[in-house]
Design a protein around this ligand. Structure first.
Ligand code: MTE
Ligand code: LUZ
Ligand code: MOS
Length: 761
């Protein structure tokens, strides 16, 4: 069997040999030009005059384009069309593209872009979610989900905890930056090779920008060097700018962002500001919850609406909240337009309730893990989410029990208490946090996928599907599914680049659904070919088509075993169709956006983690000593890849909550726009003792081979690191004071929290 077994990533060897082709590695067509973007230096201003003569006169410059040169629509926004490709008289953040310069080389284009002389008339700028909330400045109408009667429940609640929290954003920091290479083709055609999670959206945006139809535009992506959500919608600007330039010059044009431009121009994970109020009883059971979240959406809507919806639908995390009032608003700010990032609002929703539970535990003098368990969803009662979905696959108790034991949580808690009582400067902390994550696009119609499987006459197989490879291993998994369906070893199957001319109208590879959706679509295609071959084999060897089996690179029919390649050869001569399309649409999904009620998720993925840290209370430095993570991948299609996903997400989420700090200066310029000032985790930040395992489970939903998605949910596992740090800080005050710790918990933030605890003790 090809599924359910660990297989190396299909490109692993190419990756390590440096032979995997990324967009910038594609051999350039003769005559290729290079573009760069001219960016706004003001956060909010009217452009009074743009003098681009020095740009035009710069060495190597071939052309300069502004909004007036766009043949079609000046828009690269998904869903809501409020994202100009080039600023049209108004700039709304520092870094907003104003013009495109096309030159003979990449360096000449970048040097020329800096020569612009632009006069601005500055306008007042809003930079933070708090300011946006105060000014009621939103990119979309605020949303609200209510269940029960939170107000009445508060009046009955024996205790109430109330507070504010700020959780910062995060740069995707894909290793391969944004890039697009546009090549004009005959008869208005345009080929765009780009690094994108969403080739179909790039096709639509480019077609509109050029005033063409979708059939004029072909978008291809072999692979990305990471996307992490940052190339779901925001690869569009680069694709459009390259295509506009190629269309005007009638020459191939490549636009490759350098890291600083990439970080200045593109959106990131939304930071969130919360005001919360939660009522609980003497045992620590939550009886009422109210939260008001405001995200920093940036200057336009982009995907902020669905991100906020997912935040609302993950505020419960793994907990039954009977009476709730959950509000979310997308603050319009004069900053980059924030976008998808692994978890897509889910982490931002769930961390708020975890923060509150942490406080309830401290207020009651109890272990936070015990308060968490007390509030878990039930199996047959207390099992309906605030948005009305019944949870039918709850395994959080079993999963946590297993991790509690394997991590030796209780014994280590006692050991840490003993250590801390004898250690005045170094303080250890421990935390156990659970995850429940809903799987499906919360926008129902996006839950569809297509695939195309070709069996060639020599018996080799190629699969093309609508998903994109960003390192997560979707191609490997889809190849495994196809190989399994046809009874072949994996090396007989190859995956081709994602291409809008092969599978049409695809969804973004996002919401962790890539393998779920495209795996099912590819299975559907392969199944049809297998059924035709079975029919043919039954005709050749007798017996029923339904009894023909495919395994071991052979077909087994009525006592005969025939090599797959031989059967294929014969079937071809008999004019049997040896290729097929396939399609899949996730069943049972519905959602009412007005009432925020329905069945938005196909199933839930679960997990839990335990983290142990040591904090130096004099410097704020800390270290993750040990992390244990247990994740429910259902019947994993490929355990090795899934464990890699959990490890990567854990470290990435840890970076978000600890060291990765985005900082805008008072004029609204992002100052942390390079790795010199923006600290992502390095290998030395990974715990020496890192124990990641998959929980034995089977999806109750009919997912592809009963597996579960893995891409995003493990990003929530390092909540355990954040709360372990908070635990260590809280030991400074004998766990009697709730440390006011915002994220990221940088060393400075940790020192501030320690000072606050000391002052209150
Ligand atoms: N893993 C790698 N190596 N690189 C990535 O860019 N993106 C993540 C996750 N894992 C990403 C990754 C995100 S944001 C998503 S939504 C999923 O992969 C998408 O892929 P899948 O749906 O096929 O799991
Ligand atoms: N919903 C979601 C979405 O849950 N995840 C996504 O990545 C997404 N992208 C676009 C629209 N809705
Ligand atoms: Mo992932 S944030 O859904 O691309």
């Amino acid at each position: 069997t090809a599924v359910g077994v660990s297989r190396p990533h299909e490109s692993a060897e190419l990756h390590v040999l440096g032979q995997a082709t990324y967009t910038d590695d594609i051999p350039e067509v003769q005559g290729t030009l290079h573009a760069a973007l001219g960016l706004s230096s003001k956060a909010h201003a009217l452009i009074e005059n743009a003098d681009l003569s020095a740009v035009r006169a710069a060495p190597g410059v071939v052309a300069v384009y502004t909004v007036a040169d766009i043949p079609g629509t000046n828009d690269c926004g998904p869903i809501i069309h409020d994202d100009p490709i080039l600023a049209d008289g108004l700039v709304q953040y520092v870094g907003q593209p104003i013009f495109i310069v096309v030159a003979d080389t990449h360096d000449n284009a970048r040097r020329a872009a800096r020569r612009a002389k632009i006069d601005y008339q500055e306008l007042p700028a809003i930079l933070t979610p708090q300011e946006a909330k105060a000014a009621q400045s939103y990119v979309l109408p605020p949303m609200r989900l209510e269940r029960g009667d939170a107000q009445a429940a508060f009046e009955r609640a024996p205790h109430v905890v109330k507070g504010k929290l700020y959780v910062g954003g995060q740069e995707q920091f894909y290793l391969e930056g944004q890039i697009a290479y546009a090549i004009p083709k005959e008869n208005k055609g345009m080929l765009v090779q780009c690094s994108t999670q969403h080739p179909s959206e790039m096709q639509h945006v480019v077609a509109h920008a050029l005033g063409l139809h979708s059939h004029h535009v072909q978008v291809e992506c072999r692979r990305m060097g990471g996307g992490f959500g940052g190339k779901e919608s925001q690869s569009a600007l680069w694709a459009a700018a390259a295509a506009i330039s190629a269309s005007k010059t009638r020459r191939p044009v490549k636009l490759r962002a350098d890291r600083d431009d990439d970080m200045m121009v593109t959106g990131k994970r939304h930071c969130f500001y919360y005001e919360y109020e939660v009522g609980y009883d003497d045992s620590g059971k939550i009886v009422a919850a109210k939260v008001d979240m405001t995200s920093r959406a940036g200057f336009s809507a982009d995907l902020s609406g669905p991100v906020a919806t997912r935040a609302v639908c993950h505020f419960d995390n793994a907990y039954y909240l009977s009476d709730v009032d959950i509000r979310a608003a997308c603050g319009k700010t004069n900053t980059q337009s924030n976008t998808a990032f692994r978890g897509f609002g889910g982490p931002q929703g769930a961390i708020a309730i975890e923060y509150v539970i942490d406080e309830i535990a401290r207020n009651l003098g109890r272990d936070a893990y015990d308060i968490r368990r007390l509030n878990f969803y039930g199996k047959t009662e207390n099992n309906v989410t605030p948005y009305g979905q019944e949870i039918v696959d709850n395994i959080i108790d079993e999963l946590c029990a297993e991790l509690e034991e394997s991590s030796e949580y209780r014994a280590r808690r006692a050991a840490i208490n003993a250590f801390n009582s004898g250690s005045p400067v170094l303080k250890k902390g421990l935390a156990f946090t659970p995850v429940k994550f809903g799987i499906a696009f919360n926008v129902t119609h996006l839950n569809q996928a297509g695939a195309l499987v070709h069996v060639y006459v020599d018996g080799s197989v190629i699969v093309n599907h609508g998903g994109t490879e960003m390192g997560q291993g979707i191609n490997t998994k889809v190849m495994q599914v196809v190989a399994h369906e046809l009874g072949l070893d994996l090396e007989h199957v190859r995956a081709s680049a994602t291409d809008t001319s092969k599978v049409a109208n695809t969804s973004a590879t996002a919401a962790s659904t890539g393998a779920d959706l495209n795996g099912k679509a590819a299975q559907d295609a392969a199944r049809q070919i297998r059924e035709r071959l079975a029919q043919f084999a039954a005709g050749q060897y007798g017996g029923e088509a339904a009894d023909v089996r495919f395994f071991g690179n052979q077909a087994h029919a009525n006592g005969h075993s025939v090599d797959f390649a031989e059967l294929v050869q014969k079937a071809y001569l008999a004019r049997v169709q040896l290729w097929s399309d396939g399609f899949y649409a996730t069943p049972h999904l519905h959602w009412n956006a007005k009432t925020m009620n329905g069945h938005p998720f196909s199933y839930y993925a679960y997990g839990a983690a335990v983290a142990e840290v040591v904090v130096d209370t004099l410097t704020g430095e800390w270290k993750l000593l040990r992390a244990d993570a247990l994740y429910d991948a259902g019947q994993s299609l490929n355990p090795a890849i899934d464990i890699g996903q959990v490890e990567g997400a854990f470290i990435q989420g840890m970076g978000w909550l600890t060291t990765e700090e985005l900082w805008w200066n008072p004029a609204g310029k992002l100052m942390t726009h390079a790795p010199s000032t923006y600290k992502i985790p390095g290998i030395s930040d990974c715990p020496e003792d890192f124990r990641v395992r998959l929980f034995e489970n089977r999806n109750v939903e009919d997912s592809i081979h009963r597996s579960k998605a893995v891409g995003e949910p493990p990003l929530l596992l390092p909540f355990s690191v954040f709360f372990a740090i908070r635990d260590a800080v809280s030991s400074v005050g004998d766990h009697k004071v709730n440390p006011p710790l915002n994220a990221p918990a940088t060393s400075e933030e940790i020192l501030r929290a320690i000072a606050a605890v000391e002052a209150a003790s």
